[in-house]
Design a binder for this molecule. Sequence first.
Ligand SMILES: [Zn+2]
Length: 316
Amino acid sequence: MTQETNSPWRGIHLIVGNDAQMDALAGEVPTLAAMGINVLITEINYSYAYTSHPELRTDNPISKDRVRALVKVCREHGVRLIPQFQCLGHQSWSKTTFPLLLRYPQFDETPGQFPNNENIYCRSWCPQHPEVNPIVFELFDELIEVFEADALHVGMDEVFLIASEHCPRCKGHAPARLFAQAVNAYHAHLVGKRGVEMLMWGDRLLDAETTGYGIWEAAANGTHPAIDLIPTDIIICDWHYELCDGYPSIPLFLEKGFRVLPAGWRNVEATERLIDYAQQHRHERLLGHLCTIWGAAQPGALADFPPVRAALAKLA
Ligand SMILES: [Zn+2]
């Protein structure tokens, strides 16, 4: 990479779902880089034209040529490009179930339950179904190869369905053990076998009760003890989108030995507060800041998204 390894991360995270969005993003990279953005995390999930598992592609998936074009422009402008594949949770959104659980419903943590995804947030795959990881790892490998990536973000936020009474394998198991088992399996493949870095969201590793965070940005479903059961070379993307007095997860993750990348969203004041708080906890393992987008701005117009501008002004 052309990027200096010691410069603070000034990152953007966004979901990219088709070639048109890839084109718009690639076209904007020179502008973003000139503003100071040096990391781009593109959440791809099932929206790539996978050849190992074409049955898991979404409609109109991103083509290899478009990824290569993005890789090229990022390299030319010193932007580290990191693909993301959302693991474990977020396997559906509203009534839409995503390809893995559509094609392989037996992988569902709650198979046959919650018709039309009613009364749940998102589906999860079962972390103990023996056929899931071999498939998912082939998708990881394709992304690493086509993105020429030296890191992969595995998502893992907001997992609510875990250790379900509806899963014959997981019923009665400790959620933290199951969550850590999944993290450790992905780490063994990515860091151990492929030699790339691993990033993940941090919320399931935080105790909602002791941190004072809500049950989205921290866990009230028993996964948080996993924080002590996973490798500390994982980069934790510590997302907080609301205005808070403090963000105790930042010193907590640092204390545990992780590298931490705090992440904000659309609230400019909250973004600034999060960056200010992080700057009060300067540490060599505190990497910088990640601006998430979540559809609040479109690829091609990210440079005008107010929190991106605010974050870059703070980090300058
Ligand atoms: Zn299970």
